[in-house]
Design a protein around this ligand. Structure first.
Ligand SMILES: [Zn+2]
Ligand SMILES: [Zn+2]
Length: 117
C-alpha cells in the first residue's frame, strides 16, 4: 500500500523557490503558508472518474527539459506522459493524483467535469 500522496511542490512552499502550485493556491485564496496541509483539505473539487478517463490523452514527451509541474521533476524526451485537453502534459500518476483532488489543470486551470449531484 502506498502512503498518502503529498505533492512535493506543496512541501516546498516554504522555500524561496517560485512554484506554480503556490501561484495556483494563491489564485484560490489559499494561504500556501499552510504548508504541509494535505491538498485534499484545501477545498478543491475532484474531477469525475469519467472525465479523467475520457479527457486524458496518452502521449510521449517531445520537448527537452520539460518539467512535470506537479512533481517538478524533469520529464525525459520519449517518456510516456498524459495530456489534458488544454495540451498540458504531466506524468500519468501525477495528473491522476492531481485530478482526484482538483478538477482543473494545475497550469492553466482548464476545468474537467466534476461529480456534481
Ligand atoms: Zn510528475
Ligand atoms: Zn492546462
Amino acid at each position: 500500500m502506498e502512503s498518502p500522496h503529498y505533492f512535493p511542490a506543496l512541501m516546498m512552499l516554504s522555500d524561496d523557490r517560485h512554484s506554480l502550485v503556490e501561484e495556483f493556491l494563491l489564485e484560490f485564496g489559499i494561504d500556501p503558508a499552510a504548508e504541509a496541509a494535505p491538498i485534499q483539505y484545501l477545498g478543491m473539487i475532484p474531477a469525475s472518474d469519467e472525465a479523467v478517463q475520457t479527457s486524458l490523452q496518452k502521449c510521449r514527451v517531445v520537448t527537452e527539459n520539460e518539467c512535470c509541474s506537479i512533481c517538478l521533476e524533469e520529464m525525459n524526451v520519449n517518456d510516456e506522459c498524459h495530456k489534458m485537453p488544454c495540451n498540458h502534459a504531466f506524468h500519468h500518476t501525477c495528473i491522476l493524483t492531481w485530478l482526484r483532488t482538483s478538477h482543473v489543470c494545475p497550469l492553466c486551470r482548464f476545468p474537467l467535469q466534476t461529480n456534481k449531484e
